[in-house]
Design a protein around this ligand. Sequence first.
Ligand SMILES: C[S@@+](CC[C@H](N)C(=O)[O-])C[C@H]1O[C@@H](n2cnc3c(N)ncnc32)[C@H](O)[C@@H]1O
Length: 231
Amino acid sequence: MKIRESFSQNANAYERVNIIQKRVLEALVSRINDAPSHILDIGCGSGGLYKMLDWPVETFVGVDFAEGMLALHPKADNVSLMQRDFNDPSLFKELSSFHFDRIVSASALQWADDLDGVLANIAALNTPVSLAIFTSNTFKTLYETAKLPPLLRSREETTALLEKHFNGEIDILEYTLAFPSVREMFRYMKQSGVGAGRNVLGYKSMKQLMQTYPLEYLEYEIVLLHEKQPR
Ligand SMILES: C[S@@+](CC[C@H](N)C(=O)[O-])C[C@H]1O[C@@H](n2cnc3c(N)ncnc32)[C@H](O)[C@@H]1O
């Protein structure tokens, strides 16, 4: 299943199970202390960021390619939602005619086809950014147990790309999420979006993985970059 379809089909479940993504948003929002009035949210999903803002916002532009997620995003006079793919450079040409005080992207850019290129397009908007990107240490033990190559970019590669394009503080966030049973853990993983679209194991290998996974929790790692000022 493609990433877009996966997010659209699991949009309602995502609302219930996005525990880690909520913590990532809290970490991002806690660093934003300049009360930006014009905000761009890249990969806005069902509105996690918008719902968390506790200052008045004049314009909020949310970009996401999954119709099902956008359908759940709060609507208001100050909210414009664009169903677009952030891999498409023409999106950024369009966005360059807007004015933003801050660009936020939480838990979405790990899905960029060419992260270097997407970050260059974001940097060209010349606006301070707050970005959170999942790394390959997310579900690390799970992939090792399944003998699958990591799905996402490493912490080192993600950090290096962020440092290439931006000039802000980098933090590494590490979380674990415990489950009462391995079965519930796998159900959660399917719905939460971090393994989006990846369903490479057949029934037998999945059953075996559930029997051999050595932990009672899932691992997550996120690189967070927060710029105080524009470059
Ligand atoms: C894990 S969710 C995070 C949503 C929200 N930012 C939050 O923190 O709750 C990732 C979002 O990125 C979107 N996304 C992934 N790849 C995308 C792309 N290439 N273009 C636009 N949106 C994308 C998905 O549709 C999904 O809504």
